[in-house]
Design a protein around this ligand. Sequence first.
Ligand SMILES: [Zn+2]
Length: 102
Amino acid sequence: MTVPDLFGDLADQHAVLERMVRHGDDESVLSVMRVNGPALLAAYEALLAPHQPDERGRCTTCRRHWRNRLRRPRFPCRVVLAAHQAHQGIAAIPSQPAERSG
Ligand SMILES: [Zn+2]
């Protein structure tokens, strides 16, 4: 698989999932998220995991600028900030999940 194919597949899958979540009926959304939610959370965690602060409070992965490759941006880096910003749009989630019936 080529890089453009890989990104195309990701974009296609994202578009299908986004369309379903935004416009699907509640039962369909629940079903899709029940099946795919854990994999999406795992992908989210895998993307964030490398962006931890080092002992100097700088991201261990991001580079500030191509001209200054040795200098790392302060934590939180833009990846963590983007994740935090995305979380601001998430509705309140109960700390304890409701019990499944049946
Ligand atoms: Zn980072």
